[in-house]
Design a protein around this ligand. Structure first.
Ligand code: ZN
Length: 177
């Protein structure tokens, strides 16, 4: 069982310490990210959506949804596209003053991007027990050995985010997607 002691041994913060509560803006942006995930599903992509907004103002700076199939790009995850778009919008790769909202717990690559882009806050929906790198398999975004740790708000609209994924894979198994 990976518990708090496990992450503490790795030098990271105990789980929960860096976690905050969702704001009204987080909830609103998660609704938008869910709509983006729905658009991904309609294209036959695994439904994950992401939004980057300026924390103080709520202004959306970038958004994206999973486009791995459409772009033939293994890195075309929703978060990566949203973070890149946001950095282009502000003309700076540093996103300390921004919040990344994503429907699914980020993977190893995207959790690494959260660290590298210095995103100030990370808000996510459903946990990903198979690939999640923020609490499920790894805790990269709260690992004290790395030089940046965002505030993390997990579990926002987790039911809705997970339902979208489950419905997608159900359709896929039936050959309908
Ligand atoms: Zn990812």
């Amino acid at each position: 069982m990976r518990g708090w002691a496990f992450y503490s041994r790795l030098g990271g913060l105990p789980r929960g310490r860096a976690q905050g509560k969702p704001t009204a803006a987080d909830e609103a942006k998660m609704a938008h990210a869910l709509a983006l995930a729905g658009a991904a599903a309609a294209m036959g992509e695994v439904p994950v959506g992401a939004v980057v907004y300026e924390t103080a103002t709520g202004r959306v700076l970038g958004e994206g949804f999973n486009r791995r199939e459409a772009d033939h790009d293994p890195a075309a995850h929703a978060e990566l596209l949203a973070v890149r778009a946001a950095a282009r919008t502000i003309g700076d790769w540093r996103l300390n003053h921004c919040t990344l909202v994503v429907t699914l717990e980020p993977c190893v690559m995207c959790a690494g991007l959260v660290v590298n882009s210095r995103v100030g806050r990370l808000v996510y929906g459903a946990r990903d027990p198979k690939a999640g790198a923020c609490e499920s398999l790894y805790a990269i975004a709260s690992d004290g050995r790395l030089n940046h740790r965002p505030e993390i708000v997990p579990g926002v609209r987790a039911e809705a985010c997970g339902d979208l994924l489950r419905a997608f894979f159900r359709r896929l198994r039936r050959g309908e997607a």
